[in-house]
Design a protein around this ligand. Structure first.
Ligand SMILES: [Zn+2]
Length: 127
């Protein structure tokens, strides 16, 4: 009897997985072609800036108003605020929109973090 139950559960498992909503946001997979497109759009930085930051790095998650307060003049009125970086000689503070907002606009936090971390690493890009 127990074996039958286990087999039944095993048979139903893919179905259960398919019907259970993800408990967390799963962003689009970063395939090589998607990464190339993200780089071409300056969402992801060039390879030479896309690496760990050697100084002290602080990441702060913030609301839209919190981001505008932390980085005045960075975001045009009416535009959404995803992230900004305050770059100091030996440290960097990255402000990123909170998960609620990122999921609402379907934006991958990893992409935003790598973008802002590249600014910490000295990357500049046209607006
Ligand atoms: Zn930027």
């Amino acid at each position: 009897m127990t074996i039958i139950k286990i087999m039944l559960l095993a048979a139903l498992w893919p179905l259960l997985l398919a019907q259970t909503p993800e408990p967390f946001f799963r962003p689009r997979e970063l395939t090589p072609s998607y990464v190339a497109w993200l780089r071409s759009m300056n969402y992801l930085p060039p390879v030479e800036f896309d690496h760990e930051y050697k100084g002290e790095l602080k990441v702060v998650r913030a609301t839209q108003s919190g981001l505008r307060e932390a980085c005045p003049g960075t975001f045009k009125p009416g535009n959404i605020a995803i992230g900004c970086a305050l770059v100091y000689p030996a440290s960097c503070v990255i402000y990123l929109a909170d998960d609620k907002f990122m999921q609402m606009i379907n934006y991958d936090v990893e992409i935003a973090l790598r973008h802002e971390r590249a600014h910490c690493n000295g990357w500049h890009h046209p607006r």
